[in-house]
Design a protein around this ligand. Sequence first.
Ligand SMILES: Nc1ncnc2c1ncn2[C@@H]1O[C@H](COP(=O)(O)OP(=O)(O)OP(=O)(O)O)[C@@H](O)[C@H]1O
Ligand SMILES: [Mg+2]
Length: 477
Amino acid sequence: MKMKYFYQQMLAFFVVMITLLIIMTIIFLEFTRNSTYHDTEELLFGYAEALVDGDLQEDQLEDAQFVLQNQDVVVTVFNSGNQMVYPSTQVPYSSGISDENFAQLKNGERITLTVQNKDFFGNHVDIALVYLPFFSQTNGNFAGFIGISSPISGIEDSLREMRSNLFTAFIISSLGAIVIALFFARYQVGRINRLRNATHRVAKGDFDVHLESSGQDEFDDLAKDFNSMAQSLQESQEEIERQEDRRRQFMADAAHEMRTPLTTINGLLEGLEHDMIPENQKMRSIQLMQNETRRLIRLVNENLDYEKIRSNQIYLRKQSFNAHHALGTIVEQLKGKAETANNQLQFSCSEELEIYADYDRFVQIIVNLVQNAIQFTEDGLISITAEKELEGSIITITDTGIGMTEEEVRNIWERYYKADASRKNTQYGESGLGLAIVHQLVQLHGGKITVESEVGKGSTFTILFPAKSKLTIPSQQ
Ligand SMILES: Nc1ncnc2c1ncn2[C@@H]1O[C@H](COP(=O)(O)OP(=O)(O)OP(=O)(O)O)[C@@H](O)[C@H]1O
Ligand SMILES: [Mg+2]
């Protein structure tokens, strides 16, 4: 059944109100009826006691009957054999009370036998009937009992009055209930609508919604949950936008990076096509094109590599290996390159030093840094040192090259960043991806890389490779 919340509230109020009023009416009516019965019975017992005290003289009974007949009171007296002695009759007449009641009377108990009747016209006529035993003054034996009856007058009137009072009360409280239900329902419906509006806003992509919540009831809890949902949606949206920006930036950068070698190759090919390149230069041109092609391939590979590292798509095969041996091999390979720029390359490392890392990635990191050092140093010294520390192994690569300004140092980890775009050294590459990859790789190892540099004096790159045991040693007190 479809029913608006407002009407549900109203219905609930009405059900409660009506149930309450019905219960109250029944209780009140019963109470009034019983107390009227009780009062009348007590009055009749009072008469009976007064008559018994007056020794039940016939003339006294006549007087009493005469006085009380105005109130429809009937007095009867029965002897110990349950035979009516007053008013005297020709035919013997017994009271008709049950044996049990008679036994009670004999025991000295007074009894009431109030009856609910209907008169000739169908109206309720309740009759109060009380019996009081009396005893012989000489021997104290049961001598008979006196019965007094009287219609309970006015009870129907007072009940009718009470019913009409209760009906008035019902109308007044119903009106009150409607007002209160209206107020409550409006208040709650207002809160629901607030939530609905906020939901519509979120559905339209506006996550900047905040609902007030005082933590009072379930609606407030819902508002709180709604706020945190909107907030996490906003965060996801921002992340999506950031990713989209990065993707756009990457496409722009990649296109820009590829344009230079492609333009060079294109120019040389056109020269060859139109035979504009002298014969003795042709070989050189082909070499140049080869260099540019290699550069393009490297650019594509490095980009792929970087993306793989960044999106956690590469798996590190970490192992412990000898640092002296690994660094020695790298130095051996790069010595030639260093010498072409008139640089001296040296390394110092304890022969026992162990490093815990992915070997191939370790070589990639160090080669990148040493190549940079060679690239940006002339007639200088490049030294590599490795040593053990509490946290792991520290490797430093120091050069006496051109150095960097503070701003350059801040930016070198950015992809495609080159401190000086005009600086070209195709021999070692200039894609501006090297340090971005190094940074990601070191982080992937759980390590740290820092740099100190001074313009004109040189730079020092420091890398920490955490020790394997660091993860397993329990903390000592
Ligand atoms: N040892 C260094 N001395 C001075 N500048 C450096 C040094 N190492 C890096 N840089 C600066 O940081 C920039 C970024 O270095 P990165 O290795 O990322 O790129 P790249 O060497 O230009 O190109 P590639 O991607 O081929 O390595 C360099 O262009 C250079 O300006
Ligand atoms: Mg580099």
